[in-house]
Design a protein around this ligand. Structure first.
Ligand code: ZN
Length: 132
């Protein structure tokens, strides 16, 4: 893993959360992007070398809506940047990690991504991401 690329935070209302985090981080969101396949709207902030990604549901059957119903707002995932996502997926599988995505899929912010199941990482949802 090269670095923590971003931390994902689940929020109910993207407009309100954007305002709150703009104040907290003292910078404006540089990108808002809908990932229709995931039923999610994302908003990104730069903070030093890393980013914060806010995630809000765009429809009731969105995975983020399910997360909010179960756990409420808060930290959702940690994303690590990798050089070769296919290879990393294979290596992690061989080491016993449970991948939610066996193949990388398209994510927000021009990335290919794959998630590792929290039950194999001590309760933390981990995202692997590689710049396209
Ligand atoms: Zn993410």
């Amino acid at each position: 893993m090269k670095k923590i690329e971003h931390i994902g935070i689940a929020v109910k209302d993207i407009d309100q959360a954007e305002k709150r985090f703009a104040k907290l981080l003292n910078t404006l969101s540089y990108k808002r992007e809908v990932v229709e396949s995931e039923g999610v709207v994302t908003s990104f902030f730069r903070t030093g070398e890393s980013k914060i990604e806010l995630l809000a549901p765009t429809r009731p059957d969105s995975p983020i809506q399910k997360y909010l119903d179960k756990k409420g707002e808060g930290m959702h995932h940690i994303a690590f940047e990798v050089d070769d996502i296919e290879q990393k997926i294979e290596t992690l599988k061989q080491e016993g990690f449970i991948l939610i995505n066996d193949q990388p899929k398209d994510g927000a912010d021009n990335k290919r991504i794959a998630f590792i199941h929290p039950k194999s990482t001590g309760g933390v949802l981990v995202e692997l991401c590689q710049e396209k």
